[in-house]
Design a protein. Structure first.
Length: 329
């Protein structure tokens, strides 16, 4: 049975995570807080229409991952690869119920904040958007398909987003085969070639590059079954040189996603021990990078939207029939 150590639980709680059961965690991001206070909202609400104030951002495996990315703001130094078995983990319903209750505990204090309306806080206490993306690699959780069906069917989620590093392509195939795909599937890409992947993402598995390519191929094959997004994390001094753009374009074309999010590395959390503030691009640089990518290297995509506060630009596949917003404004 896998479990967080007492030290790990203590550190996570000091960093304002809600620890759920033996190996899961939930956290209230600053955009959820801002949304509750009426001070703005996250790019996912702007781009896609999700409810930021009702977002449950969580991980079924808080500190287990098969990569050790230099830009991760989580404590990846504790992350180790495990071949996690079905009987080693807590069941999905225990985790989801724990996420809902722990999230409620973390939010209830807003009822005493004079800037927050009581009605808005009470509405926020029941999540309708689940972002399976907090920390660790969620596709390593062997009961992920069951978990997504549970969130969708029993807990009546409005939207479910899943973010993966693409290292477990068999899990993506299983989600498709068992009709358990999320509302929106992300594959995070920050390296354009094998050598760059070693430098930036520090993979554990020996066939890491082949696994990523297989996941991108699966993304192409499941067109029409879910909304598909490539998350391209750009880091100054690592992967923003123009010479890498043709390689990134080929990876994107392999997956043929509905959208690409070009997102700046953010100098936050424990990533500040590995990278400097100079590695964080300004929004103007992310915008210029995106313009050059679509104008010179990535056929059939256009800039659809952007949010300067998050240093992110949204690219849309002009051949996709998927609407940008899941729910109209």
């Amino acid at each position: 049975m896998i479990a967080l150590s007492e030290k790990q639980v203590s550190v996570l709680r000091r960093k304002h995570y809600g620890v759920v059961g033996r190996h899961s965690a939930v956290q209230i991001c600053r955009w959820t807080k801002k949304s509750i206070l009426g001070e703005g909202t996250c790019y996912k609400e702007r781009f896609y229409g999700v409810h930021a104030h009702k977002c449950a951002q969580f991980s079924p495996l808080a500190l287990w991952c098969n990569m050790n990315c230099v830009y991760c703001w989580r404590p990846m130094e504790w992350m180790r690869n495990y071949n996690i078995g079905y009987d080693e983990v807590e069941d999905p319903d225990t985790i989801v119920r724990g996420v809902i209750e722990e999230r409620k505990r973390l939010l209830i204090g807003f009822l005493g904040n004079p800037k927050a309306s009581k009605e808005r806080v009470m509405d926020a206490l029941t999540p309708d958007h689940y972002a399976i993306s907090l920390s660790g690699e969620p596709t390593m959780y062997p009961r992920l398909a069951e978990m997504i069906r549970l969130i969708r069917d029993r807990y009546k989620a409005r939207t479910v987003f899943l973010v993966t590093n693409g290292q477990v392509p068999e899990a993506l195939s299983r989600l498709y085969e068992e009709r358990s795909l999320p509302t929106q599937l992300y594959i995070s890409v920050s390296a354009s070639n094998r050598e760059m992947c070693v430098r930036i993402q520090r993979p554990v598995l020996k066939d890491f590059w082949e696994r990523l390519l297989k996941s991108l191929e699966i993304m192409r094959e499941i067109e029409g079954s879910t909304r598909r997004v490539i998350r391209l994390t750009v880091i100054k001094g690592y992967n923003m040189d123009e010479g890498f753009m043709p390689e990134f374009a080929r990876l994107i074309e392999l997956a043929n996603p509905d959208f690409v999010e070009v997102k700046a590395y953010m100098h936050l959390g424990l990533s500040t021990r590995r990278l400097s503030r100079d590695n964080m691009p300004r929004h103007e640089e992310v915008r210029a990078y995106s313009e050059r990518l679509v104008n010179e290297y990535l056929r059939g995509f256009r800039i659809e939207d952007e949010q300067p506060e998050s240093r992110i630009v949204l690219l849309r596949n002009e051949g996709s029939t998927v609407p940008t917003r899941i729910y109209p404004s």
